[in-house]
Ligand binder design. Sequence first.
Ligand code: CTP
Length: 424
Amino acid sequence: MTHKNISAGKRIVLGVTGSIACYKAAELARYFMKRGCDVRVVMTESATKFIAPLTFETLTHNPVAVSFWTETQPGAIGHIELADWADAVVVAPATADCVAKMAFGMGESSVLAVVLATKAPVIVAPAMNVNMYEHPQTQENLQALQARGVAIVEPEAGDLACGWRGKGRLASAREIYLQTRRAMGPQDLLGKRVLISAGPTREAIDPVRYISNRSSGKMGIALANEAYIRGASVTMVHGPLPGGRPSVSQDVDCVAVTSAAEMSEAIQTRVFDAPRYNQPDIVIMAAAVADYRPAHPAAEKIKKTTSDDSLSLHANEDILASLGRRRGEAASPLLVGFAVETGEPHKVISEARHKLSRKNVDIVVGNLAQDAFDRDTNQVWIVNRRGTLKHVSTCKKITVAREILNQVVEDVEPDTREPEQHLH
Ligand code: CTP
């Protein structure tokens, strides 16, 4: 099986307006292109004061449209053609002036004209001084755009080029990409709440030492990104990961925990104790939960002079099995677990099938430790209660995540809750 990038061939019009963050638009164009997108840039005159059209022409291998009057250059296409050509129009960076003009439906520059004329989803990533961003008129304009279905990628907080500190820095290329992917659909998980666990847990021996495993959290992060792109509302409960907050969209609710007991508490309360409309429809246990913890973690650092050199352990609760038990015969939430083995594929498949019934779950993803841990790729065997067996040959974890979620979409129950309850 060959796995195509889902963004391959997607046509992105990148609208660049005059902000100091313009130089980041070059990186953004490359980010989309690396994922297989075809990018065409349209710029305002003031954007050309910050970055030359030649930069974008060289990066995208496409002519750049600047004003209505330069569209006669060889290969350039007019703003209406650009608007029709686009699968998505991404305005990044968007100045306060541009946001205001978009909100009022003005079309005086070719960027504005493309936004006005397109039927494709529009994604706006503002970048400006914090006071301009927080100005009530700017906020009103952004809300007006959002109410019309425009996706607003919130700027980040930090040091601004103008010398101020606060919200106003252009969001990261990854964030803009993820929100653009989500806006382009298809959103077959729209309205679904998905809870994903990821990464290792750490079980304290004393204040400086712990028992853990080699899980990187990459599979869980890929699942969170893919579920988000497909329209789900995503919560991620994760153990300690390198770099702190995992690289998922700012819209994903991340809950950081350390030990297996903390992970269990964070998950069980969200699955069973939350109001019905907030309970997840799907729980995916991708975390490598430590099976044991030191029986008596020491309050002080253990000295090597201590004569007792053995460590007594207690078994941790199996979170997935406990979810299966508490759910019982109910159809929701759909439970997805992993089975990690060393050895031959046939052992993975039989162990995965065994875990379906032993833990009362709906889907088990079997994989080999040597393929999975610390890697960007994986190969998996997906089994479910109806006897399905799907082999996903070695590919990037985001593609494995897509295959797993395809199975989830096939197996999940249609939603029986009142539609307005999703608004909470
Ligand atoms: N899991 C869990 N709680 C634990 C241990 C594991 O919820 N205390 C979940 C994992 O997140 C994974 C699945 O159970 O989804 C399988 O984990 P795995 O380590 O492969 O198997 P175990 O159930 O621990 O069984 P064994 O090690 O005996 O194969």
